[in-house]
Design a protein around this ligand. Sequence first.
Ligand code: BT5
Length: 321
Amino acid sequence: MAKDILKYLRDKKYVSGEVLARKLKISRVAVWKQIQKLKGIGYKIISDQNLGYCLISRPDLLLPQEIQRGLSTNYIGKEIHYFPELESTNIAAKEKALHRAEGMSEGTLIIAERQSAGKGRLGRKWFSPAGGIWLSIILYPQLSPSYISRITLMTAVAVVKAIKVCTQIESQIKWPNDVLINEKKVCGILTEMSAELDIINWVVVGIGINANIDILDFPKNIQKNTTSLKETSGKEISRVKLVQTFLQEFEKYYEKLKKKGFSSILKEWKLYSHTLGKKIRVDIGERIITGEAIDINESGALILKKEDGELIKIISGTILK
Ligand code: BT5
């Protein structure tokens, strides 16, 4: 109901309690109660005995009604589950993803203001204080499980585009799942899935973007290699706008991936690549391989040229400093 009142409240203009009551088919006392609720979550609303209610400002929170206001996607973010705090949006999304048969729809979003146990890859920790963007998207693609790495690469392209559109900041993609600004990590992506033979049951794409976080708030051991959009631009950015833009870009690229294949996205990925052309060391679990990153192939694997000229195809790994 509080959400419905927002539809009729106008930015910086008065709407009478009577009109609100009539539109929503509730009493004026009920309207007043809902207004108190909205104030409680940070909406600044003033009231005048004769004129009614006037919305002065919205809270800087990633509330579903704020994200969905003006969101132009067809299905990504049409359903949003919002939490002030969660252990991890990926954990919550994975639980929800199981309920496809009960109507869980593709593109459902889990979003939290803070994560108490944010996850990186391979059991690493992801630091997730207030001010960042921590979200996970549930997908049910009819693609082969081998597409998982392409979904991560595609997501990184959508992040770079959204950052550019919203802040004008140029960022680069470090294969496979990092987005960097001036060599420092501003975003990490964690893609998880459940699959059987050649069928994907579900995919959860988790995205963490350091939006309005002060660098000194990061743990000491990662400060050197980490940045935030606030730090780079020198001012707070609109997180709601960035989430909306990202969701729109994400849907665009996801559709492209499914309909036209990966090659068109790969071209853009290469444009934003921080990795190609560099001499790197990659930890692939059982060993570390050194060589020049010369290409990404059609399935999203990194092609490394060793000193002796041998070409190695790496499906997943971590580039070492
Ligand atoms: C990642 O792992 O980069 C994937 C991060 C995914 C986070 C999102 S937030 C929403 C969703 N819910 C979750 O629980 N996770 C996803 P990886 O490549 O393994 O990098 C992890 C490493 O990045 C850590 O070991 C730290 O060194 C560093 N790190 C941790 N927090 C960071 C932060 N906020 N910004 C930059 N670097 C960070």
